[in-house]
Design a binder for this molecule. Structure first.
Ligand code: ADP
Length: 450
């Protein structure tokens, strides 16, 4: 099998899809894996994005997982490694962007890399080392109040310096604007001064495209997903429809939504307004012990043959707060995730082969319940959300689903692996993180697959 050229390590699941989506749009054929695979790849691609969940775990664990991903990517032939983090530079006081960057540099025996979360398509820009979200500094964007990764300082040189023993420097916009030769010159100068990691300014896609050629041959690049638009050209790869080609879609259609973001609330309303059947899940009913997943599947079964159905726990913030007040924040979240994951698994067993999942955590739970470990990345539906395709088990009788204990997750992995060899068409999946997507996202997604 042909070797991959670019190996990517992403510190969370939907961020990995976002990166993969940008690489595909720039012409690479990409597979995203959930965690570090235990064996070789099943498809011939240019890049692999290994999705970890390492953003907020203890630094030593993030380092160990990232190094395991690195070793696997190197075994697949990766010539360049891309460490991908959030475009809001989400990190705790201890890391993990600094520690992971440093560990990867050590393992790759390189003394220099860049760091830039710039993603102009999503209004993340870096200027004089300061990260802006839209028109305001990161530290005024709401991210200063994030429950897990509060970002109270927008100066990325300072933030990264506090997480690493390597010296952190800056490649300012005045340099980037002059193009790749000027960037290379500045990199050489910074290295001579003992700088190990350079924050790079970028306020537009043009800046990222000017930066791209200067990254050719660099063993390690660290960035948000923005820089991805400029890397495939370094390997002689240009945008092409071939890169996003997936098998022809078939089967029934469904949406499972556990996101309570404003955008998802609008999308749920829009789907219902267009006349499609939708069923709300009540977290308090789950807590009462009812087999909500079985009830939902019994409701969906006769409707699925007529078109897409929606199952949602999506609610506005006052309803969510009230439920959280009664059940506890984590317990409510975990209960809903378990139920929606069981619903997703049951829907696939009923014949759904085009599945949209809304919510980052919800997506993680559903993908795990479906036993999916690798996804081929296809065409973009909306910025940051592509259709993906995964091998799955052959259909099973619905009876099994309805009798399954609620929240119980069967091992579908073995069956999934067998479907990879029998080639039964697999599952088209769109995993949408909270605030992504236009109001008509759910219907638009299915129209796109026709
Ligand atoms: P997003 O991408 O919008 O953040 P996530 O799926 O990551 O969506 O997170 C939403 C969280 O809220 C999940 O843990 C989910 O189980 C939980 N949740 C969903 N609906 C409700 C609800 N009605 N009440 C309480 N928690 C909910």
């Amino acid at each position: 099998m042909k070797k991959i050229v670019l190996g990517c390590i992403a510190d969370d699941f939907t961020g990995a899809t976002d990166l993969a989506n940008n690489l595909v749009r720039a012409g690479m054929r990409v597979v995203q894996t959930i965690g570090v695979p235990s064996g070789p790849l099943g498809a011939e691609v240019d890049a692999v994005v290994v999705a970890l969940k390492s953003r907020t775990v203890p630094p030593a664990q993030a380092v160990a997982e990232s190094l395991a991903a690195l070793a696997w990517l190197q075994a697949q032939g990766a010539q360049q490694i891309y460490f991908k983090y959030c475009s809001t530079f989400d990190s705790t006081a201890r890391g993990n962007i600094g520690p992971v960057t440093e560990a990867l540099m050590d393992a790759l025996q390189t003394n220099f890399t860049i760091a830039t979360p710039a993603f102009p398509d999503n209004q993340r820009t870096v200027f004089k080392g300061y990260l802006f979200v839209g028109d305001v500094l990161l530290s005024e964007s709401g991210m200063q109040n994030h429950p897990l990764t509060p970002m109270a300082d927008a100066n990325l040189v300072r933030v990264l310096q506090s997480q690493t023993t390597r010296r952190v420097g800056l490649i300012a916009h005045t340099v980037v604007a002059r193009g790749a030769p000027a960037v290379r010159e500045r990199m050489a100068q910074l290295q001579a001064e003992g700088v190990g990691v350079a924050i790079v300014d970028a306020v537009s896609n043009d800046d990222l495209l000017r930066l791209g050629p200067a990254l050719k041959g660099m063993p390690l690049v660290t960035a948000g997903s923005g820089v991805a638009i400029a890397l495939p050209a370094n390997f002689g790869i240009t945008p092409s429809d071939q890169a996003s080609r997936l098998p022809v879609a078939s089967g029934l259609q469904a949406v499972v939504s556990g996101s309570c973001s404003l955008a998802t609330n609008r999308q749920v309303l829009d789907f219902m307004k267009q006349g499609h059947p939708a069923l709300a899940i009540d977290p308090l009913r789950i807590a009462s012990g009812a087999d909500v997943a079985a009830e939902v599947l019994a409701w969906a079964k006769p409707l699925l043959t007529q078109g897409p159905v929606l199952v949602y726990s999506t609610a506005d913030s006052s309803d969510v707060k009230s439920v959280q007040g009664r059940l506890g924040v984590e317990e409510a979240g975990a209960m809903v995730e378990r139920t929606l994951a069981a619903v997703a698994r049951g829907l696939v067993q009923l014949g759904v082969r085009q599945l949209v999942v809304a919510g980052g955590e919800t997506s993680g739970a559903c993908v795990q319940a479906l036993g999916i470990t690798q996804m081929q990345i296809g065409p973009q539906i909306d910025p940051g959300v592509p259709w993906c395709h995964a091998a799955i088990e052959p259909p099973r009788p619905a009876l099994r689903v309805l009798a399954a204990p609620q929240g119980g997750v069967a091992d579908l992995g073995a069956a999934r692996r067998s479907s990879a060899t029998t080639g039964d068409g697999g599952l088209h999946l769109a995993l949408k993180s909270g605030n992504f997507g236009s109001d008509d996202f759910f219907t638009k997604a299915f129209t796109m697959l026709k």
